[in-house]
Ligand binder design. Sequence first.
Ligand code: ADP
Ligand code: MG
Ligand code: MG
Length: 876
Amino acid sequence: KKYVYFFGKGRAEGDASMKQLLGGKGANLAEMVRLGVPVPPGFTISTEVCKYYYDHGKTYPEELKDQVLKAMKELEEATGKVFGSPENPLLVSVRSGAAVSMPGMMDTILNLGLNDETVEGMIKSTNNPRFCYDAYRRFMQMFGDVVLNIKHEYFEEELNKVKTEKGVKLDTDLDADDLKKVVERYKEVYKKAGHKFPQDPWDQLWKAIDAVFGSWMNERAIKYRELNGIKEGSLLGTAVNVVAMVFGNMGEDSGTGVAFTRDPNTGEKKYYGEYLPNAQGEDVVAGIRTPYPLTKLEEMMPDVYKQLLDIFEKLEKHYRDMQDIEFTIERGKLYLLQTRTGKRTPFAAVRIAVDMAEEGLITKEEAIMRVSPDHIETLLHPYFEPETKKNASLLAKGIAASPGAATGIIVFDPAEAERMVKEENKQVILVRPETSPEDIAGMAAAEGILTSTGGKTSHAAVVARGMGKPCIVGCEAIEVDEKAGVIRIDGKEIKEFSWLSIDGTTGEVFDGKLATVKPQGLEGPLAKILQWADEIRKLGVRTNADTPRDATVARNFGAEGIGLCRTEHMFFEEERIPVVRQMIVAKTKEQREIALEKLLPMQQEDFVGLFKAMEGYPVTIRLLDPPLHEFLPKEDEDIKALAEEMGLSYEELKATVEELHEFNPMMGHRGCRLSITYPEIAVMQTKAIIGAAIQVLKEEGKTVIPEIMIPLVGHINELKYLKKIITETADKMIEEAGVDLQYKVGTMIEIPRAALTADEIATEAEFFSFGTNDLTQMTFGFSRDDYGKFVKEYIEKGILEVDPFQKLDRTGVGQLVKMGTEKGRSTRPNLKVGICGEHGGEPSSIEFCHITGLDYVSCSPYRVPVARLAAAQAAI
Ligand code: ADP
Ligand code: MG
Ligand code: MG
């Protein structure tokens, strides 16, 4: 079986389509060779070997050794150097790379092949002893750290000692002899740690290969996969790339850089990147030295710069997407070391997709597929309120690395940040000198990230952008003093755990907690892509809105009506709650009518606002639904106050409240059951709805389309009973007003029995709306208020793959939705069917609704653009 794939000298055994087998890095290195892009030659050990390694107690397939040997021979031929040769040694890097890019999560070792002999050979061929000993000591350090787990600091300590002994500060002040001394000291470090530095290059190579395969299962790689929803087992593992070394640290005509073919923050079509002269690749990524912008290269080496731009163009055209590139220049000769589809901010994702479609590089459909629906929402999320920002105290300005505004308390330790967010519900800004891969859990928990060093391609910047979190890096004015528990800026001290606000769009850091606002409208490329989505999608998108304000927001986001107005939500306002309580605790019809009388104008006024905001679109209003306990007075004080207002004694009312207590309110006296026992509630609400509709129609001449929705129906007769009351009330009003008003009466399908008898129910119902929150609750028998206690464990133990309240359960609940829809349409072919649970704004559930042939989804206002895009993606 073939396990090893060679690339170099214009010939490659792999190509870009082989990502699963060769990993993204390996597949793209091969592809670049095929494209004629200069790449140092090398070979890739496939991901199948990684799988084998873990399946067989960390051993390799028998054929592997020979295949590696053979590939190394080819590599030697391609480079004209010999691995382990004391005359002209070949050095290699050993690099990880899985099918899905996991930047910085796994290990890489550079300069492998150096030992006491080969270093002399290298000096002969380069004539640069200082450089060679520096490479040697770097290799020892990296190898010790990665392969043998010897602490990085032990090496740094020795290096610093040699510097102190010589009385210099910078690494660059050390000459070849000093570095040779460092190498000897490093050998001691190995010894102290109970190891011996392996002099045999083949021994080095196999140990490095072990380490790279081993890094597939290191903690941070596992965490990364978990955070990014990469399922264990969906990938074979990592590949190992053995690549001939090229050196960016051979002088001023050498260097290294990373670049994006478009700006990964804004999406702007311009080259973007960083360049560090006389350095090895690791130096840029680690954020140790602050690199120059890419344009510096144009000044220093215009020809190489031009060649690089040509390659950018070639790669972008070829891959038809923005590329993230690593390159190294060795004595004026350019090499590409990596290309991959670049991570980008949600904002840039939209802009790049739209631009590329307009440039004709991709189709509109592809553009739509390239934007993640979940990212859309972050684009609509907060920025600092401009007035507050003007008056805020600006502490410092760093490099704007990932846009958006965030505010939280300063926390230094990522683990602490994670804990405070999870356990104490705190809002946190993670502040650090820089971040490294083991910090990702803390970064994920934080609202935003601020680092004092590093550039736009440092770890913090790259990871934050991927997460869509506001981030500022290289904020050098800030000194982080973890020991003292403070940050210092300009002589000012700010304690850990005090509030800080960061603007990742501008790089500004503010003292205290700034007010944030959410952007209102959709504009620019986002509006464009949603417009394309509207052309493609088949599902309608409505909103769940209870107030005119929400309705207006949603309409501006593109909602085509209200799919659910929860009338009880209108009652949560302070002055209304007592009236609602009066209605609930009323003992007689008369008492209840007094309360309803008071509620009627309030409701009518609300509906007027809703109808106006949704002019021309349907507005679905659900009759009172809540489990009574949501409204009952609980505190004695509330009971006293209410008793007084109603002219009752405290004892009397207390008794009533106790009588109304339910053991299982979610399955108790709620929904249509309320109106069946107290028809006057349905009458009042119908009056308010139809009254409002008539008012808007008459006074403003606006088109109003009210849809009255009856909740929690399980039996056709419930619906029949209420529909009669509603239509009698409504028709009478319409006739008296002498207007032409069309309205509909329909039902929620949220009890399994309703789905099972949907054909019967549809003979009465003029529309269906699946209330998948309750339907999930009743189908699983999971109480929505209690399932939180066990659902996490269900997911951890693999009993459920996801929380069914977040993502519609297609096999179970989904079957009821499908059956309900089909049965409903069997007796009423033109039945309109929608969904109004939380699932209506969740991309996978939306896809299911599309497949099932629903007419529309309804979701919260900020999810409307998400749903528009997801609906289009479902249709592609
Ligand atoms: P990562 O996936 O973490 O980026 P890489 O395998 O790309 O790891 O390598 C880390 C750094 O080392 C990069 O900056 C890369 O450009 C550099 N590098 C890797 N292989 C070589 C090589 N053969 N010659 C020179 N630099 C290299
Ligand atoms: Mg890389
Ligand atoms: Mg419900």
